[in-house]
Design a protein around this ligand. Structure first.
Ligand code: G6P
Length: 609
């Protein structure tokens, strides 16, 4: 949610980095962007509503050149999508600030600062940072202390970068609850919300910790204090993120690329279990002890990650025979809960920084839950750091806002967890059927990808419709939910999903010839039930679009369209059936001409409530 960058470059124009970095952070928000650069003619700021490319062009047109600067790409929270609300925010022509996060007590701070004579130009919470820093700086002229004093007054989550006009080779950054890293170059230093913004410039990365405040010069970190105010050292690590993984290559969209990367992403993640076996240690050093102690599981997540949790419940209860409860993180954190120290709290998050999930975990811990496991795709992000156990999926960077390969790799992780717990709990003595299912999975996904030409023929039919209904039963119901979410996220077609058995209890009233009904109908023990539900749709003139396996007697007809994967893959069928619903959403979006990778109003990483 919002991305920030900054840099001091002795021998190059900082604008080049700022705009490149912001483009790579656009997944965090893309309604407006801006940069502030210290030039020979004083501080220059460029802001634009819309994509970073527009702002970049404006900066080029103005010929902005300088060695120190900061930048921001925004997902609006406080104040509408307008240029005055775009960052950087400036105070007294002296202090410029970019900020990711939310200053919760901004109203009180604004009143205080207005009392001191500050006039606010925006509706953002961020502007209080600029004025608060400015107010202190006038007195001390010491940017570091000034930022430290200002931060002491802020409640909430933030990652900020601050520059002062009269200190052209300095920048102060602070992190609390939002990601922030420093990239070290030769005679240059970079900061960013995410490593993808800097790897084209340097791979030497320092990840700041919550409460850290650092003063930077072109030579690196001049001073750093931790949350207790003591001087601290943070060691740099070399990032292994490949630049190619951040580029589109031959693909038209990141979502398309990421859908097609699934055989590899899934194989890479499955390799953890196939190499080491289904052993607790895959989840962390203490996992064996924890897995022996627990009597139930609670999973907390948001969005697509929540649907992977819903799918996992079936595996955990059938394979590991452990009671599993799944809850949307933003709901869990605001209700009275009954803590059970023997319950394992699992959080699932692609980004590892979704605020609702993070807060739900903290809440669970505060209520007396002692065991936690994070399933995450981003190394060292907030959730794994706050959890006792961790499992990293190997999806690689996911840039399209609509999650695809992160979802299927989460499912692999959760399946591996179910088998591992099944063994620890004595329900599985021979795991070979599970490892062979995992071994075949990349090929099965590839076969599903090969269905793309058939799926394309359906897309134009959906593109004309205002709504669509997705049905599934059992473990495929969460996949129907995910299919509906993908469709609405990137095509703006209203889509909802029901367990097929619920159809007759309400949604059947919606069915007419204008409501396409997508059914996930693999050849499993519920197929006959699903077929009966499909009859209910056909009898009301509904048009069915069925994803199924071979040999299951679902007959195609005028108003029953069927696409079949080559075989029923058994326990991992939900993962394989995810592919066609992703491709369907993607091709409907292409037919409608929507922005596949950056759907309106959304962002990939949601670090606000
Ligand atoms: C946002 C994204 C979704 C994602 C959800 C949870 O809403 O647009 O794609 O599923 O956040 O994100 P997480 O990083 O916690 O998995």
């Amino acid at each position: 949610m919002c991305g920030i960058v900054g840099s001091i470059r002795t021998n190059a124009n900082v604008v080049e980095f700022l705009t490149d970095g912001l483009k790579r952070l656009e997944y965090r928000g893309y309604d407006s962007s801006g940069i502030a650069v210290q030039t020979d003619n004083g501080l220059k700021r460029v802001r634009r509503v819309g994509r970073v490319a527009l702002m970049e062009q404006a900066a080029k047109d103005k010929g902005i050149y300088g060695h120190t600067g900061i930048g921001h790409t925004r997902w609006a929270t406080h104040g509408g999508v307008t240029e005055p609300n775009a960052h950087p925010h400036i105070s007294g022509d002296l202090i410029s600030v970019v900020h990711n996060g939310i200053i919760e007590n901004f109203e009180a701070e604004r009143t205080r600062l207005q009392g001191l004579g500050y006039v606010f130009e925006s509706q953002t919470d961020t502007e209080v940072i600029a004025h608060a820093v400015h107010d202190n700086y006038k007195k001390t002229q010491d940017l570091f202390t000034t930022v430290q004093q200002a931060c002491a007054n802020f409640h909430g989550a933030y990652a900020i970068a601050v520059i002062a006009n009269d200190k052209p080779s300095q920048m102060v950054v602070a992190r609390m609850g939002c990601p922030l890293l420093i990239g070290l170059g030769k005679g240059e230093v970079f900061i960013a919300s995410d490593v993808s913004a800097v790897v084209a410039f340097t791979r030497e990365i320092i990840y700041l910790e919550d409460g850290d405040i650092a003063q930077l010069t072109a030579d690196g970190v001049a001073k750093l204090i931790d949350k207790t105010g003591k001087t601290a050292t943070r060691t740099a690590t070399t990032s292994q993120v490949s630049l190619a993984s951040l580029e589109l290559g031959a693909y038209s969209h990141f979502m398309q690329k990421e859908i097609y990367e699934q055989p590899k992403a899934v194989a890479d993640t499955a390799e953890i279990f196939l190499d080491a076996g289904f052993i607790p240690q895959n989840f962390g050093k203490n996992a064996e002890q924890v897995f022996k102690e627990i009597d139930s599981i609670k999973i907390l997540a948001c969005g697509t990650s929540y649907y992977s949790a819903l799918t996992a419940k079936y595996w955990l209860e059938s394979i590991a025979k452990i009671a599993t409860d799944v809850e949307i993180a933003s709901e869990y954190r605001y209700r009275d809960v009954i803590a059970n120290p023997k319950q394992l709290v699992i959080t699932i998050s692609q980004s590892g920084e979704t605020l609702d999930t993070m807060e739900a975990l903290k809440y669970a811990q505060s209520q007396g839950h002692t065991h936690s496991l994070a399933i995450c795709n981003v190394m060292e992000s907030a959730l794994p750091r706050a959890s006792e156990l961790v499992f990293y999926t190997r999806a690689g960077a996911e840039i399209g806002v609509a999650s695809t390969k992160a979802f299927t790799t989460q499912l692999v992780a959760l399946f591996g967890l179910a088998v591992t717990l099944g063994k620890v709990r004595g329900f599985i003595s021979d795991d070979s059927e599970y490892s062979s299912a995992l071994r075949s999975l990349p090929n099965d996904i590839q076969y599903a990808l090969n269905l793309e030409p058939q799926i394309t023929t359906w897309a134009s039919k959906f593109a004309e419709k205002p709504s669509a209904l997705f049905l599934g039963r059992g473990i495929h119901y969460p996949i129907a939910l995910e299919g509906a979410l993908k469709l609405k996220e990137i095509t703006y077609i209203h889509a909802e999903s029901y367990p097929a058995g619920e159809l007759k209890h309400g949604p059947l009233a919606l069915v007419d010839d204008n409501m396409p009904v997508v059914v996930i109908a693999p050849n499993d023990n519920l197929l006959d039930k699903v077929k009966a539900n499909m009859q209910e749709v056909s009898a009301r003139g509904g048009e069915l679009f069925v994803f199924s396996d071979l040999d299951n007697n679902v007959e195609a007809s005028d108003k029953v369209h069927v696409i079949r994967t080559p075989r029923h893959v058994g326990v991992l069928s939900p993962i394989v059936h995810t592919i066609p619903v992703q491709l369907l959403a993607y091709h409907v979006a292409l037919s409608k001409g929507t922005d596949v990778d950056k759907p309106r109003n959304l962002a990939k990483s949601v670090t606000v409530e």
